[in-house]
Design a protein around this ligand. Structure first.
Ligand code: GDP
Ligand code: MG
Length: 438
């Protein structure tokens, strides 16, 4: 298997621009597919490319795997690094926590979840206050959640403005010795100035220790604009991503971090009050990259290309003993991978073979034909193809259901490969690299 040889070469060196570019194409697609905002994708891809090109690759992994690892690490970094960032509740009690976000993003639910968690885990005395005077039932919704969470909610007083309720909440918090006051605000269907003004006024009254932006992971690209607006208007100290239980790939998480600079502190993973979790960058990184796609491709390649066989072939090539049996073995391995043209594009040297046989669309059918031809040969013919003259060619063509022309093409290609390998042996690894084979 040629790939084994060249892969082996690359292993001993540094990651080339080509290795990285190829992998980054996949990464870019995976990220866009996961709904990461385009400028964020571009920026990320550029940074990783800079970081990856020229990096030494360990012997035990392929360049593709090496790039995948670098991408994964960079993504975890970009998402805020390993380990969750805790809520900062170290202010003088009652510590105000302000929940902001669009309507339906999950603010009220998250307020209830957070209250339950702070009461149960942190033994905090929590007061829930709804500043949502927009929707008639909003304050009742929060009161019900408070009951479920086993915490107190601020008594509802008709006719007060959000700012007045905020003030009353903080006074109640101080007077009655609460540790934390969670202020649930009204959302709008979309960003508007009135909403931002309201949130700004509330912020100025309560001076929150945490301003948590609640965003729906399913909104993908739109989440970016939401985050930008809220961050500019009131400053966001942390993000809560809700609906992570859905099938969103979580791309919004990366956009959030890139745009607000604020870490994702919590995630919502269901409608129930206990469905609040710490944010795990590594899990979301996996989700964004779609482990099924990229890492899967890398794994598939590694699994399928039998390592020992690759090494055996490599040794035979080095020794100048590569014959048609070896070539057939190589084809079988490549065949297992499925998309031939994609894989070939990544294999240094294969381009030369494509040129050699004058066929731009080297594809599975040609390789299959080659296999058929080789299997119609005798052992002696496979070991020493030079004995294959006109009558043998006719026999082989008939046996494999091909034409003499096909047999000639295969033999010509094999000749090219052989002479390439001889040159390879003469030049050695470094020389070959200099010739632009990598
Ligand atoms: P608000 O308008 O921002 O206050 O949003 P709500 O808290 O009222 O939530 C709107 C809807 O989303 C409700 O039906 C919630 O049950 C639901 N919801 C909130 N968080 C999550 C979550 O993490 N997962 C799921 N599946 N649903 C959620
Ligand atoms: Mg609400």
């Amino acid at each position: 298997r040629l790939s084994g040889v060249f892969d082996g070469l690359a292993k001993r060196g540094a990651l080339s621009e080509a290795d990285v570019m190829e992998a980054m194409r996949e990464v870019r697609l995976a990220m866009l597919d996961a709904d990461v905002a385009l400028p964020v994708v571009k920026d990320f891809v550029n940074k990783v490319r800079e970081r990856a090109v020229g990096q030494e690759v360990l012997d035990s992994i392929s360049p593709g795997q090496a790039v995948a690892k670098i991408v994964n690490d960079a993504l975890i970094d970009a998402l805020g690094g390993a380990g969750a960032v805790p809520l900062n509740l170290s202010a003088v009690p009652p510590v105000p926590v302000l929940m902001v976000g669009l309507q339906g993003s999950g603010k009220t639910t998250t307020s209830g979840k957070l209250a339950l968690r702070l009461r149960e885990r942190d033994r905090k005395k929590v007061l829930l206050a709804s500043l949502d005077t927009q929707r008639p039932a909003a304050q009742l919704q929060l009161a019900q959640l408070a009951t479920q969470a086993g915490v107190v909610s601020l008594p509802i007083v008709a006719g007060q403005t959000p700012v007045e309720i905020a003030r009353r909440a903080m006074e109640t918090g101080r007077r009655e010795g609460y540790d934390v006051v969670i202020l649930d605000t009204a959302g709008r269907l979309s960003i508007d100035e009135a909403l931002m003004d309201e949130v700004r006024q509330i912020r100025d009254v309560v001076n929150p220790a945490e301003t948590l932006l609640v965003v729906d992971a399913m909104t993908g690209q739109d989440a970016v604009n939401t985050a930008k607006s809220f961050n500019e208007a009131v400053g966001v100290s942390g993000v809560v991503m809700t609906r992570m239980d859905g099938d969103a790939r979580g791309g919004a998480a990366l956009s959030m971090k890139a745009i607000t600079g604020a870490p994702i502190k919590l995630t919502g993973s269901g409608e129930k009050l206990d469905a609040l979790e710490e944010f795990h960058p590594e899990r979301v990184a996996g989700r964004i990259l779609g482990l099924g796609d990229i890492a899967g491709l890398v794994e598939k390649a590694a699994d399928t290309l039998d390592h020992e066989e690759g090494e055996r072939l490599a040794k035979r090539m080095m020794a100048g003993k590569f014959d048609l049996d070896d070539y057939a073995s190589q084809i079988r391995q490549i065949n297992k991978l499925g998309s031939i043209s994609g894989i070939l594009g990544m294999l240094p040297g294969m381009g030369k073979i494509k040129e050699a046989i004058g066929d731009k669309d080297l594809d599975q059918s040609i390789l299959k034909r080659h296999l058929a031809i080789i299997s119609s040969m005798t052992k002696g013919e496979r070991r020493a193809p030079s004995i294959i003259k006109a009558s043998r060619k006719k026999r082989i063509a008939a046996g494999s259901g091909t034409t003499v022309q096909d047999v000639n093409k295969l033999l010509k290609q094999f000749d090219m490969m052989s002479s390439m390998m001889k040159r390879f042996n003469k030049l050695g690894v470094k020389g070959l690299m200099r010739q632009g084979m990598s």
